[in-house]
Design a binder for this molecule. Structure first.
Ligand code: ZN
Length: 306
């Protein structure tokens, strides 16, 4: 059976996996990146190390890499990445080729996560699909007629930076009131700085889970924050559905595990702002692959090529 390597490069760690043709992840490795390790050279060396660690002696067909940011997948170039500011028009595939002898592909990390769910998870048999990655921030991907729509510059699916509140808070992208500022870990941090929730630490990576715990105990402020996040998500999805009229939405990423607390507000807002005939056609699903989605989607990128 053929095997493929998938690498998910985050800001603090590299996750790697060996994936077979049945989309099973056989070996997994996590390599943590210290701040000193974030130079171009050091990150490339860690990626090569990860490829070697998971493939071991197994022959592989290709290596796929997912990285946050603006990625020119056709040319194998990282145009910009928020995690690695020095990587401007960085020829990551060209550089990796010197160390890895099989074909290498690179794409945006959210495209890989939703690609994984599309190939092997919640969105199998969903050729018309909008996928959201709700994590530290918000990313996404668009599938139309079974094809990943990357856009002219690879930026299609950046749903996190759709304006949902024109007078809202400043976002990392430079705009104001983006979806990401409400419906992500960063968004919950903003909401909690405006209106604190007892028993939560707004700086904690586990803030969404802490808020869910507070909501479970009936904390009114926590419930209000989920209400706000769900409303903003519904507003975003309504606009997208009125544009694209797809019938499937997939929500992946750590914050999607708290969706139960947002879903009523999301549907209320979605129905308020969307044609009924469009809203009625939609199914919202949660990702089923968890952390493995990004590895599987990265490894199987060749299946998502034009
Ligand atoms: Zn933004």
């Amino acid at each position: 059976m053929k095997h493929f390597v998938g690498i998910d490069v985050g800001g603090t760690r590299i996750k790697a996996g060996l994936v077979n043709a049945h989309f099973q992840v056989l070996n997994e490795e996590v390599i943590w990146l210290e701040d000193a390790d974030k130079s171009e050279h050091a990150v490339l060396a860690r990626i090569v190390e990860a490829v070697d660690a998971v493939s071991n002696t197994q022959a592989v067909e290709s290596v796929g890499v997912g990285i946050a940011g603006c990625i020119d997948a056709r040319r194998g170039i990282v145009v910009t990445s928020p995690n690695f500011p020095a990587w401007n028009n960085f020829d990551v595939v060209g550089r990796l080729k010197k160390h890895v002898s099989v074909p290498i592909l690179v794409d945006n990390d959210a495209h890989c996560v939703i690609g994984g769910e599309y190939l092997a998870g919640a969105a199998v048999d969903c050729p018309d699909l909008l996928g959201f990655t709700l994590g530290t921030g918000v990313g996404g991907a668009i599938f139309l007629d079974g094809r990943l729509w990357r856009g002219i510059r690879g930026m299609a699916g950046e749903f996190g930076h759709i304006t949902v509140e024109p007078g809202g808070p400043l976002c990392g992208c430079g705009s104001y009131g983006c979806l990401e500022m409400y419906c992500s870990r960063v968004g919950f941090e903003y909401l909690c700085s405006r209106d604190p929730v007892e028993g939560t630490d707004k700086q904690s990576p586990h803030l969404p889970q802490q808020l869910a715990h507070a909501a479970q105990s009936g904390n009114v402020t926590a419930l209000a924050h989920f209400n706000t996040a769900g409303t903003m998500l519904g507003r975003t999805i309504a606009g997208l559905l009125n544009s694209l009229n797809v019938n499937n939405i997939v929500l992946a990423g750590g914050v999607s595990h708290t969706f139960n607390w947002m879903k009523d507000a999301m549907w209320t807002e979605l129905r308020k702002r969307c044609y009924p005939v469009v809203a009625d056609a939609v199914t919202v699903r949660l990702g089923t692959l968890g952390d493995k989605a990004g590895i599987i989607g990265a490894a199987m990128q060749w299946r998502l090529q034009d």
